[in-house]
Design a protein around this ligand. Structure first.
Ligand code: APR
Length: 250
């Protein structure tokens, strides 16, 4: 099937489903200037070992090194803007064609694009909490301390602050459990920009009656998908929205 045939098929699958979810990964945000983790050659984990910078052990053992390794990249997120794929998912939700977005991303771009129902299963960068007293505060306080040279950023109680993201070795946050429950009766799951290699999120496609994967590279789920489109998310969702508009105008 050629590209335009795939776009038509995707539009039909979405129009024919009464309970559709999107599952997104870092690949949906690369066109917003945020590198992903596993794209050959450019992915973050191609250059850095995540076990050396993104685990709870590293944060506990050497918080200053943890923040030195992560805060540069995280501070880019606050300036990033949603792209056509983020906006398309928000529009699909408004049109009643999408229940919501389950995202592995912590960049907050789905919320910024206007999606109302977003399950951020690996957390987000809006708040942080103290590892000693558990007090919660805006993530911007942590960032400001770091930018003014205070590393590691501290709570007023003297404890080290940590972002409300899910690191390797962390248990999953409550959004993951809510997302898993929401997926009951899911008729169509559209995966966008994820390598589907990190569990437990990579189990979620099992919950869908039908699976579509929009991803530049192959994933371990491709042979179980009803449709695979190996192309850029921004282009696919721009063309999908045009197709949906044309087919609803008839
Ligand atoms: N359009 C479509 N697909 C894209 C685009 C794009 N513009 N850019 C990249 N991709 C694809 C790549 O081919 C890749 O397979 O997106 C996928 C991104 O995969 P990963 O980098 O593994 O990101 P993700 O699946 O979100 O990783 C899951 O791993 O390190 C942890 O916590 C981190 O949430 C992350 C998790």
């Amino acid at each position: 099937m050629d590209y335009s045939g795939k776009i038509k098929t995707l539009a039909k699958l979405i129009q024919g489903s009464s309970r559709t979810f999107a599952l997104t990964g870092a690949g949906i945000s690369t066109e917003s200037g945020i590198p992903d983790f596993r794209s050959p050659g450019t992915g973050l984990w191609q250059k850095t070992d995540p076990m050396k910078v993104a685990t709870v052990t590293v944060l506990r053992r050497d918080p200053a090194a943890f923040y030195k390794a992560n805060l540069e990249r995280w501070s880019v997120f606050t300036e990033a803007e949603p792209n056509a794929a983020h906006y398309a998912l928000a529009a699909l939700e408004r049109e009643g064609l999408l229940e919501g977005v389950i995202s592995q991303n912590i960049d907050g771009l789905h919320v910024k694009a206007g999606s109302e129902r977003v399950w951020e299963v690996h957390g987000h960068l809006r708040t942080c909490h103290c590892m000693k007293c558990n007090g919660r505060q805006p993530f911007s306080n942590l960032l400001e301390q770091f930018k003014s040279g205070i590393n590691p950023p501290l709570c007023i109680c003297g404890g080290v602050l940590r972002p409300d993201v899910v690191l390797f070795e962390d248990p999953m946050g409550e959004d993951f459990f809510h997302a898993s429950q929401a997926l009951n009766g899911c008729q169509l799951l559209v995966v966008v920009g994820s390598s589907l290699r990190v569990y437990p999120v990579a189990h979620l496609p099992e919950r869908a009656a039908r699976l579509v994967i929009v991803n530049r590279d192959a994933t371990p789920w491709d042979d179980r998908a009803a449709l695979v489109i190996n192309d850029s998310a921004g282009k696919v969702f721009t063309d999908l929205m045009t197709e949906l508009k044309q087919s609803s105008d008839v």
